[in-house]
Structure formats: structure tokens, C-alpha cells
Design a protein. Structure first.
Length: 178
């Protein structure tokens, strides 16, 4: 299925740089096409697309030189249904392709149910579009950092300082000193 999805996307936007996460072991490398912008070069292993897609893939990353990541995400969402994959981006210049229904909200749902926490009592912080499902899920408050993606800032209840300025810590200190 992932191979077909990537082929459809490449037919629309041209050649893609693709990497996959195929192991859930701690610090397991991503496999795929080398790209100098990938920030975690120490956890990367060059492999052919055929090798990458020959096993189960937990998550795939794709980029193209001809499209900004937000534009690539919009194209991908136009041609890939939510029943095929969850698509997002986390500010790394790559779109992220996950199994259908897998996002930060689904992860938080598992954790909250395990701990017996009601989503109405959850405060979340975020900065990128991959945080949007989490912002929709949380019921107490949704806080974006000042340098957050415009799509996330648009749905935030509040905005704190930039992440580089310890925005989350400043917000929590203020909250706890009330």
C-alpha cells in the first residue's frame, strides 16, 4: 500500500526523497534516500526504496525539492484518503505518512485511558501541524509556542513564548504560581 501511495504522489509532484522507520527499537536508524537536510544523520542508513518497502513500515517521511512541505502535504491529502494513511508534517521539511488513524491524539488516548485521565483535564503544547489532532483531542487547554506553524496558532487557546525561549516552562511556572 505504501509503495502505491508513494508512486501516486510521485506521479503528481515528481521524484521524492523517502525514508522509512521500520523498527521500534530505541535509536533504530531510518532507512532510505540520503538528504542533507535530515537533522538526524547519525540515525540514518542509506537503503534502496525496494529494501525500505520490503518489510513492515511504522512511518514514512517524504519530501520533494520542488514543493514546500505545506504544499506537498496539501497535494498528498488531496490524493490520499484518511482511510489509506494519516498525513502530517512536523517542521522537518518532510511530510509524515503513518497508518490510518495513527496520530498524537490516538497516542494520547491510549495513555489517558491507561492512566484514567479524562481528555477534558488535559493541557497540551505544540508547534507544528502534527499537533493538530492532539489540540482537537485535549479539553482543558491548547497552547502554541510563539514560533508555531500558523495552522496550529489559529486553533490554540493561548500562545506562550517561543520554544527557544522556554515558552512551555514559562507557561507552566506561571500556571503553578497562581
Amino acid at each position: 500500500m505504501l509503495a502505491r501511495l508513494l508512486a501516486d504522489l510521485e506521479a503528481e509532484v515528481g521524484p521524492l526523497t523517502v525514508m522509512v522507520e521500520a523498527s521500534d527499537e530505541h535509536d533504530a536508524p531510518l532507512w532510505g534516500d540520503y538528504h542533507e537536510s535530515w537533522p538526524y544523520q547519525d540515525r540514518f542508513e542509506a537503503r534502496t526504496r525496494e529494501e525500505c518497502l520490503s518489510c513492515d513500515v511504522l512511518k514514512a517521511f517524504a519530501r520533494t525539492a520542488d514543493h514546500h512541505v505545506d504544499e506537498l502535504l496539501a497535494v498528498a491529502r488531496r490524493i490520499v484518503s484518511p482511510e489509506q494513511a494519516t498525513l502530517t508534517q512536523a517542521g522537518l521539511g518532510f511530510i509524515e505518512i503513518c497508518p490510518p488513524g495513527v496520530d498524537k491524539a490516538s497516542g494520547l488516548t491510549v495513555v489517558a485511558q491507561t492512566l484514567g485521565v479524562d481528555p477534558a483535564d488535559v493541557l497540551v503544547f505544540g508547534d507544528m501541524p502534527n499537533d493538530l489532532p492532539m489540540f482537537e483531542w485535549a479539553g482543558w487547554s491548547r497552547v502554541a509556542v510563539a514560533n508555531a506553524h500558523p495552522a496550529l496558532r489559529a486553533v490554540a487557546d493561548e500562545v506562550t513564548l517561543r520554544n527557544d525561549d522556554d515558552g512551555v516552562a514559562v507557561y507552566l511556572d506561571r500556571l503553578l504560581s497562581r
